[in-house]
Design a protein around this ligand. Structure first.
Ligand SMILES: *Cc1c(COP(=O)(O)O)cnc(C)c1O
Length: 422
């Protein structure tokens, strides 16, 4: 009997966990199982209990104040998004002027690319990862069409033959090769399929060296890995609120525009009234004069209900702090990895974990690739109460979210996987 792979040991790790009480701030689905293990916080985060209260408060203000809620509400709607700014800046390592929250992720990516992807002369190409999240793929293809460019202008880097991860050296080499034909790099912070966390700083520096603009989709990175966007220096980034950030299905998206662009009002953008300077916004006159910083990319007035859910969630992140979240993420992910590898020890050809082993190159996700009968195993896990994620053709993704998952759950996952493999 292996002490580390025991219920006692897992319980001891939970006891020592400085974030153990945060679990009580969330609501857990149950599905009528004896034990439900929710390991899909990378797809849809769980509901913070406080969301209900914050939503009800906005419904009350709307009921009691009507339009006056814009200025007279307990959290006035006119400036509601400002409540999110400082917390968001902390979360992604940015300055407040660099971040804003509104719209949805793909919308924000398009808005930012309309400003930052400006192909001219021979500088026309876009570099991205092969097998990027489909929405990003479509967005990039349509950006090319918008500029009348053929699909060959989209250059995708794949893992090498027989490998699953993209090597950083291959990214650098490709950037150098493309040189002054490269207009924009649009990369995922953490790849949704493999869980690989890329070196944002290195990719940004390489891209800037050849004169390209560099943007990141941080959907699987935000609230998961530790980010320092201001220091790392990408031109722009966007993320969604509903994965690791637990801010409701289809919830509001955050985005980042580096401070070096904050006062560049000449930068082309698709404009809307909420990006207009605050003191002239209600004069309703022609002539768009954007706000400084990320706020200047807002189109529409704020979706308050989505933001109320987001606020409840960001308060939890602020209280826990990304430093403690990161420490638990690494330990918990490593423990889950250990338990999985112990479990398959008898049967080691059944599966492999394709997520990087090095904690610097991953977040709270393990992608388990099966050699055969992966779907059967996934179904057997679901039957026992594991909520994980199946990706064709042969991968199960499990994400132990540090704010609400624990070591005991990791232990039980191993037990259930053992049964499922039989
Ligand atoms: C989840 C995810 C999306 C989803 O986009 P929405 O506009 O929020 O529907 C896009 N890109 C990536 C990389 C994602 O992980």
């Amino acid at each position: 009997m292996d002490f580390e792979n025991s219920l006692e040991f897992a319980k001891m790790l939970d006891q020592q966990d400085p974030l153990k009480d945060f679990r009580d701030k969330f609501l857990f689905p149950n599905f009528g199982k004896e034990k439900t293990l929710y390991f899909t916080g990378n797809s849809l985060g769980l509901q913070p209990k406080k969301v209900r209260q914050y939503l009800l408060e906005e419904l009350e203000d709307w009921a009691n104040l009507g339009v006056e809620g814009h200025f007279e509400g307990r959290r006035p709607w006119f400036s509601y998004h400002e409540l999110l700014t400082e917390k968001t800046a902390q979360l992604v390592g940015a300055k407040p002027i660099e971040v804003c929250t509104t719209h949805s992720l793909t919308t924000n990516l398009h808005l930012l690319m309309c400003s930052f992807y400006r192909p001219t002369g021979k500088r026309t190409k876009i570099l991205c990862e092969a097998k990027a999240f489909p929405s990003d793929q479509y967005a990039l293809e349509s950006q090319l069409k918008l500029h009348g460019l053929s699909p060959e202008h989209l250059i995708c880097i794949e893992p090498r033959e027989g490998e699953y991860l993209i090597r950083e050296e291959d990214i650098c080499a490709k950037i150098e090769e493309l040189g002054d034909s490269l207009a924009m790099i649009m990369w995922g912070g953490v790849n949704y399929y493999t869980g690989q966390f890329f070196d944002v700083k290195a990719i940004t520096e390489q891209g800037h060296k050849v004169g390209a603009v560099v943007g990141f989709d941080l959907a699987h990175a935000v609230g998961n890995v530790n980010l320092m966007l201001n220091a790392w220096g990408p031109d722009f980034a966007a993320w969604c609120g509903y994965k690791y950030l637990n801010s409701s299905p289809g919830g509001v998206s955050g985005f980042f525009v580096h401070e070096r662009h904050a006062n560049n009002k000449a930068l082309f953008r698709l404009a809307g009234w909420w990006g207009q300077e605050k003191n002239t916004r209600f004069m309703m006159e022609p002539g768009f004069n954007p706000m400084a910083g990320a706020e200047g990319w807002q189109l529409s007035n704020a979706p308050i209900l989505g933001m109320a859910a987001h606020l409840a969630s960001l308060e939890i992140f602020e209280e826990a702090g990304m430093e403690r979240i990161g420490a638990k993420r690494d330990l918990l992910t490593a423990y889950l990895e250990f338990v999985i590898l112990k479990t398959v020890h008898q049967n080691e050809h059944a599966l492999q974990i394709i997520t990087p082993k090095n904690p610097i190159q991953r977040g709270a996700q393990l992608s388990i690739m099966f050699n055969d009968r992966g779907k059967d195993c996934f179904n057997a896990l679901s039957e026992q109460g594991v909520v994980a994620d199946w990706r064709e053709p042969n991968v199960i993704r499990v994400a132990p979210a540090p704010l609400y998952n624990g070591f005991e759950e990791a232990y039980w996952f191993g037990q259930m996987l053992g049964k499922a493999l039989q």
